[in-house]
Design a protein around this ligand. Structure first.
Ligand SMILES: [Zn+2]
Length: 289
C-alpha cells in the first residue's frame, strides 16, 4: 500500500503533468470504486486542473472547484499513459482498470487507476470540498507539516493506552503512516512495537518524534522525481525491517523477525528494539491455549 512518501511523490508527479491541463474524459470502469455520485465524475470534463494536493494517503486533484479525491488502498495504483484511445475501456473481470482520466490535447495523455487482486479498497470521490470525504475529515495531523512540533506529538501520545504500532498507523492520530513506515519508524527509534504509547518518557517521545520525521523525510527524498511506475520498487528498497523477515538487520546484523498484529503482521529487530527478546505471537499463543 502506498503511504505518505509514495503518495507525496505521486502528488508531485501529477502536479507537474496535470496543472493547467483540461480534463477531456473521465471514464469509470469499476463502479465499485466510485464512492460519490453527486456531482458525477463526468462533471470534471472540460475543467482545468488547478492544483494537486495530498491529505494523508489521499490524492486530491482540484479542477474548477471540484475535487477528485483518490485513496489507492492496498492494491490500487496509478499509471501514467500517453496515446489513450478515445473510446471507453471495456469492463472485464480480468481488467484491473478502475478509472481512466484522459486530458485534452494531441498527446491524449492521462492516467489509469488500477486495482489488482480481489480486496477492493480503491476509492474515488468527486466532491466540492475534500473534507466531505469521511476518511479525509477524520485525519490526524500530518507528520511532515512544519507546524507539527514535538509538543503536538507528545500530546497525541499522552493518555493513549494502545501499543505504539497501532497508534502510529491510526490515520485519525497521524495522517499518512501505514504498516510499512510504522515498522521502519519504530526500528529507527529502537522501540518495541508493543510498547504502550502513554508509557514513553520525555526522552523516548523525542526519539520517536525524530525517527518519525527522519524516516518519512528520507523516504520522500528518495522518491522525489521518480515516475509513478518506479515508486513501489524504491519503497521496497528503502525498507530496513518491514517485509524483511529472516534477513539480517542492516544496523546490527540480528535476524529480522515477524509477529502478528491486528489484521496483519509486523517486522522488527529483537536486538535493536526489544532487548534481544523475540515478541510473543499472541494470536498463536491464544490458539495453543
Ligand atoms: Zn538490529
Amino acid at each position: 500500500m502506498p503511504e505518505l512518501p509514495e503518495v507525496e511523490a505521486l502528488c508531485a508527479f501529477l502536479r507537474e503533468r496535470l496543472t493547467g491541463r483540461v480534463v477531456a474524459r473521465v471514464q469509470p470502469v469499476a463502479i465499485s470504486a466510485l464512492k460519490t455520485y453527486d456531482p458525477p465524475v463526468t462533471a470534471l470534463e472540460g475543467l482545468t486542473v488547478g492544483s494537486v494536493a495530498r491529505h494523508g494517503k489521499f490524492l486530491d486533484i482540484e479542477a474548477g472547484g471540484l475535487h477528485l479525491v483518490i485513496h489507492l488502498a492496498r492494491a490500487g495504483w496509478l499509471r501514467w499513459k500517453v496515446g489513450l484511445p478515445a473510446e471507453p475501456p471495456h469492463p472485464s473481470p480480468k481488467n484491473p482498470l478502475a478509472l481512466r482520466v484522459r486530458l485534452a490535447g494531441e498527446a491524449a495523455d492521462g492516467f489509469d487507476l488500477t486495482e489488482a487482486g480481489t480486496k477492493k479498497g480503491l476509492a474515488v470521490h468527486v466532491v466540492r470540498d475534500p473534507a466531505e470525504v469521511p476518511g479525509v475529515a477524520r485525519l490526524g495531523p500530518d507528520p511532515l507539516d512544519p507546524g507539527f512540533a514535538l509538543e503536538s506529538f507528545a500530546a497525541l501520545l499522552s493518555g493513549e493506552r494502545r501499543q505504539l504500532k497501532g497508534v502510529l498507523r491510526d490515520q485519525t492520530v497521524l495522517a499518512g503512516v501505514g504498516n510499512a513506515y510504522s515498522d521502519e519508524v519504530l526500528h529507527a527509534a529502537r522501540m518495541s512495537p508493543f510498547k504502550l504509547a502513554s508509557s514513553l518518557t520525555e526522552e523516548e517521545t523525542a526519539r520517536l518524534y525524530a525517527a518519525l520525521g527522519d524516516t518519512l523525510r528520507d523516504a520522500v527524498e528518495r522518491s522525489r522525481g521518480l515516475a509513478a511506475g518506479e515508486l513501489k520498487a524504491e519503497k521496497k528498497l528503502g525498507m530496513r525491517v518491514h517485509g524483511r523477515t529472516g534477513q539480517p538487520c542492516p544496523v546490527c546484523g540480528d535476524t529480522v523477525r515477524e509477529v502478528s498484529f491486528a489484521d496483519s503482521s509486523l517486522q522488527y529487530c529483537p536486538t535493536c528494539q526489544t532487548g534481544g527478546k523475540p515478541l510473543a505471537d499472541r494470536r498463536l499463543s491464544r490458539l495453543l491455549k
